[in-house]
Design a protein around this ligand. Structure first.
Ligand SMILES: Cc1cc2nc3c(=O)[nH]c(=O)nc-3n(C[C@H](O)[C@H](O)[C@H](O)COP(=O)(O)OP(=O)(O)OC[C@H]3O[C@@H](n4cnc5c(N)ncnc54)[C@H](O)[C@@H]3O)c2cc1C
Length: 382
């Protein structure tokens, strides 16, 4: 090990930023060197994307700069990660090789629209930041017809987000005075709205969208997309505007390094360890199985929690304390109703060894809490 241990963090998203900050808040730069590598130099809280499509936010007002990390003596390298050499303990980027003593992999997911024939030619990717302004323009221009929001693979990031998108679009179209002549349809391969949240919360989410005349179609497994037409395994459906949540996979370097098999994610337990010593994986790039049918959902709040656990365990090891903690699986996700209120889905993945969830009342106060959630992270991390 080098004199000052070096923690290299792959990915400056939710997990990477939470672990870097936790590390730096406990150990100064003479005790620990921290490097974050990311191909982009900004961070955005995922739900701001929905505000950009409805026009209440701009991209520029929703991001924080990773270049601010240097103020905390956290090195930031804006480069593409090309390889992870777990034997020789180094990372290759476009222009350099970086050695590590500890590695935290927090590289998120890759959106893979190319896996669905015809999708890229005929639909928009609701989760792609580069397509948000175009989607906004389309939503401002549509006067009549049918909007389809289609979940095209499981698991995907932030399970409630497509439902929230439908409610926010409903509200936007009502304000535009065109809602009565536009249908909104939501398609999912799952049998209920939010399988990870269980049948009771799923029923409430169904009732919420149903009350706004948003039609939910369960068990709709997509095969391909044609011009203005979704082709499912056992049915077809027309649309005028398609907003898709494409299949999610792990970044190529994860498969190349043997950490996971395509199209899966890195399997971890609650200690977020990989099979390699001092190599940890957190957040969306992982799969943390809780029960036979339920895994920890892909959400920022869980990536953040796992990042803190890994950071605390690394600190403990460096300080020779040898106290290890486990990820507690607790978190919450806000669901906006589109009527200037939000509810919160409270999740406890390990309560009495089985996951429990609860959907709170939809209130204006929860919407303020959601705004504060974003502001807090941008200000404390960057
Ligand atoms: C519309 C929407 C709404 C959402 N709402 C919520 C919400 O309300 N609550 C919530 O908790 N979560 C929400 N999420 C989910 C949340 O954004 C993700 O779960 C979270 O970002 C995962 O964190 P992460 O650190 O695992 O990955 P990410 O935050 O995705 O970070 C991964 C980073 O790795 C970088 N990277 C990947 N590959 C490479 C490479 N080869 N080279 C260099 N850099 C690379 C990426 O550029 C990225 O910055 C939402 C997501 C969306 C899309």
């Amino acid at each position: 090990m080098t004199e000052i241990p070096h923690v290299v963090i792959l990915g400056g998203g939710f997990g990477g930023l939470s672990s870097a900050n936790e590390l730096r808040n406990s150990l100064n730069s003479s005790q620990l060197k921290i490097t974050i590598i990311d191909k982009k130099d900004w961070f955005m809280v995922g739900f701001a994307k929905l505000w950009i499509i409805t026009g209440t936010r701009s991209f520029e007002n929703s991001i924080g700069s990773l270049n601010n990390l240097s103020k905390k003596e956290i090195n930031f390298i804006k480069e593409e990660i090309f390889s992870i050499d777990l034997q020789n303990k180094n990372i290759k980027t476009s222009s350099q090789t970086i050695s590590y003593d500890y590695l935290i992999i927090s590289m998120g997911t890759v959106l893979a629209p190319e896996k669905i024939p015809g999708l890229q030619e005929n639909g928009f990717n609701l989760y792609d930041h580069k397509q948000l302004s175009k989607i906004h323009e389309k939503l401002m221009a549509i006067k009549s017809g049918k909007i389809a929001i289609s979940i095209m693979g499981m698991p995907y990031k932030c399970p409630p987000a497509p439902f929230e998108a439908s409610l926010l679009i409903d509200s936007m179209l009502r304000k535009r005075g065109v809602r009565d002549s536009i249908q909104i349809h939501l398609y999912s391969p799952a049998p209920i709205t939010l399988p990870a949240a269980g049948p009771e919360v799923s029923k409430k989410i169904f009732e919420l969208v149903d009350s706004e005349k948003i039609f939910f179609h369960n068990s709709s497994k997509i095969k391909s997309v044609e011009h203005n037409k979704l082709i499912f395994e056992d049915s077809e459906s027309n649309f005028d505007l398609l907003l898709a949540i494409p299949p999610h996979i792990a970044p190529k370097v994860i498969y190349d390094s043997g950490l996971a098999k395509e199209p899966g994610f890195i399997l971890i337990d609650r200690d977020c360890k990989t099979e390699f010593e001092n190599v940890f994986a957190i957040g969306d790039v992982t799969s943390l199985i809780v029960t036979e049918s339920i895994a920890v959902p892909k959400a920022g709040i869980f990536a953040e929690g796992e990042g803190i656990v890994v950071a605390k365990n690394i600190i403990s090891k460096i300080l020779s304390k040898h106290e290890a903690i486990l990820f507690d699986g607790k978190g919450g996700c806000f669901l906006e109703s589109g009527r200037d209120t939000a509810s919160e889905i409270e999740v406890d993945m390990y309560s009495n060894t089985k996951p429990t969830t609860n959907l709170t009342e939809s209130t204006a106060e929860n919407l303020s809490k959601k705004l504060k959630f974003e502001k807090d992270r941008l200000s404390k991390w960057l």
